[in-house]
Design a protein around this ligand. Structure first.
Ligand SMILES: Cc1cc2nc3c(=O)[nH]c(=O)nc-3n(C[C@H](O)[C@H](O)[C@H](O)COP(=O)(O)OP(=O)(O)OC[C@H]3O[C@@H](n4cnc5c(N)ncnc54)[C@H](O)[C@@H]3O)c2cc1C
Length: 379
C-alpha cells in the first residue's frame, strides 16, 4: 500500500514537474518545436487523427435545404386546412431542430389539440411531432422516406447554426427568430440524456490563416462554454488563428432513431407516403398539417427560394483518442468530427447542385488538406 502511495506521489511529482517545465517552455510553432497547450475541457492529451487515402470507409452526399432569406416558419390557411411550414434550414437544421419546431408549434397555440399530420421524418418532422405530442396532439407522420434516407441522417451534426441564410438578404425579424430558435434548440439538446440521444460535448477549434479581426460572433455565442480566440503559439495547429468553444456533436442516426422511438411510444403513427401535389396534401383527413419536407417543399408548395446545397462527407474508422473537432482552415470547406461510430471528414458546399454522385477529386482534396493540417500538429 505504502509502496503504491509512494509510487503515485513520485509519479504525480514528476508529472507536475514536467508540466511546470512544459508550461515555461517558450512556444515556437514556426520551428515545429513541441509545446505544452493546455486544454480547457478535456483532460486527455492532444492526439492527431490518422488520415490517409487508404483509411476512408465510404463517402456520402446530401443536399442542404437552403433559403437565402432564411428558414420558413409560417402558418397558412387553405379553405378548412391549417398548414404550418417548418423548412429551409440550410446547413444548420440539426442545430435548429427543437427551436425552429418550437416556433412552428407555437403557431397553433390558439387551436384545440386534435389530430394533426406532420409531413417528413427528418429532424424537423420528428422534433415537431414530439413537441405536438407534448402539447396534447394526436400525431400521424407521413413521409416519403424513413429517417435513414433523409438529409438529416447525412449531416455532420455539429451544434452550430451555420450557413442558414444570406446576411445581405435577411431582415431583423428573421435574425430574431434565428436567435430564439438557436437558443431554444441548444437548451433542449443540452437537457437530453446525452448518450441515449447520441450527443457528445467536445472542444471545437475553428481555424483560419488570418487573425479574426473581422470575425463576427453570432449573437448566441454566450451559449458556448470555454469560448476564446487563440493566436498561433497558443494551440498546436501550425500557423493558424483559432476560435475555440465547447459545443455538442450530435450523431444524427442515433438522435433520429431515438426520436422515432419516442414518437411511437407516445402513441404517434408513421405512414410511408409521398405527396406529389398540394392537392394531395389538402385531401388528408387531418385539418392541421405541419410541412417539414425540407427540399421537398420546393415542389410541393412552389417555393422558388428553396435550393439544394450539395455536401459530401468522408467516413473514416472511429478513433476514440481524438476528442476535439476542427473546422477549417480553407481554401474549401474542411472539418473533422470524431463521432463514436466514424470519424467524419468534410466537406463540400455547392449551391444549386442537386447531383447525387460522389466526387472523387473532392475526396482527394478533403484527405490531402486534413493530412497536411495534422502533419503540422506540434504536440
Ligand atoms: C453534408 C451535410 C452536412 C451537414 N452538417 C450539419 C451540421 O453539422 N450541423 C447542422 O446543424 N446541420 C447540418 N446539416 C444541415 C441539416 O442536415 C439540414 O438542415 C437538416 O437535416 C434539414 O432537416 P429537415 O428535416 O428539414 O429535412 P430532411 O432531413 O431532408 O427531411 C425531409 C423529410 O421530408 C420527407 N419528404 C420530402 N418530400 C416529401 C414529399 N413530397 N412527400 C412526403 N415526404 C416528403 C423526406 O422523406 C424526409 O423524411 C448538414 C447537411 C449536409 C447535407
Amino acid at each position: 500500500m505504502l509502496n503504491k502511495i509512494i509510487t503515485r506521489r513520485k509519479l504525480l511529482g514528476s508529472a507536475s514537474a514536467a508540466l511546470t517545465v512544459a508550461a515555461c517552455t517558450p512556444l515556437n510553432l514556426q520551428s515545429g518545436k513541441q509545446g505544452f497547450y493546455p486544454r480547457p475541457y478535456s483532460r486527455m492529451p492532444w492526439t492527431a487523427p490518422r488520415i490517409s487515402p487508404g483509411a476512408a470507409i465510404r463517402a456520402v452526399v446530401g443536399h442542404r435545404p437552403y433559403r437565402a432569406q432564411g428558414f420558413r416558419v409560417e402558418r397558412e390557411t387553405y379553405d378548412s386546412k391549417t398548414v404550418v411550414h417548418n423548412y429551409g434550414h440550410g446547413g444548420g437544421g440539426i442545430s435548429l431542430g427543437w427551436g425552429s419546431s418550437g416556433l412552428a408549434v407555437k403557431q397553433v397555440n390558439d387551436l384545440s389539440p386534435g389530430k394533426v399530420a406532420v409531413l417528413g421524418s427528418g429532424i424537423m418532422g420528428l422534433c415537431t411531432a414530439r413537441l405536438l405530442q407534448d402539447a396534447g396532439w394526436q400525431v400521424c407522420v407521413y413521409t416519403r422516406d424513413s429517417y435513414q434516407h433523409s438529409t438529416s441522417n447525412v449531416a455532420g451534426g455539429q451544434w452550430s447554426p451555420a450557413s442558414t441564410h444570406d446576411p445581405d438578404l435577411v431582415n431583423e425579424g428573421f435574425l430574431s427568430s434565428l436567435d430564439v430558435a438557436a437558443r431554444i434548440s441548444h437548451h433542449a439538446y443540452a437537457s437530453l440524456p446525452a448518450a441515449k440521444y447520441g450527443i457528445t460535448w467536445l472542444e471545437n477549434y475553428q481555424l483560419q490563416r488570418q487573425p479574426f479581426t473581422d470575425f463576427k460572433r453570432p449573437s448566441y455565442d454566450d451559449v458556448f462554454a470555454y469560448s476564446a480566440s487563440l493566436k498561433p503559439g497558443e494551440h498546436p495547429f501550425a500557423d493558424t488563428y483559432v476560435h475555440r468553444n465547447v459545443t455538442m456533436l450530435i450523431n444524427p442516426g442515433i438522435m433520429l432513431r431515438q426520436l422515432t422511438t419516442d414518437l411511437l411510444v407516445a402513441g404517434g403513427t408513421i405512414k410511408n407516403r409521398s405527396f406529389e401535389s398540394l392537392d394531395e396534401v389538402l385531401a388528408l383527413p387531418e385539418h392541421t398539417v405541419f410541412n417539414c419536407t425540407g427540399l421537398g417543399a420546393a415542389k410541393l408548395f412552389g417555393d422558388k427560394q428553396l435550393v439544394p446545397v450539395k455536401g459530401q462527407l468522408l467516413f473514416l474508422p472511429p478513433d476514440p483518442a481524438v476528442d476535439y473537432m476542427t473546422v477549417g482552415p480553407g481554401p474549401g470547406l474542411l472539418y473533422m468530427f470524431p463521432r463514436s461510430d466514424v470519424t467524419v471528414l468534410g466537406g463540400t458546399y455547392k449551391k444549386n447542385d442537386d447531383s447525387t454522385h460522389v466526387e472523387t477529386e473532392e475526396n482527394a482534396r478533403i484527405i490531402a488538406s486534413h493530412a497536411a493540417l495534422f502533419s503540422g500538429f506540434t504536440v
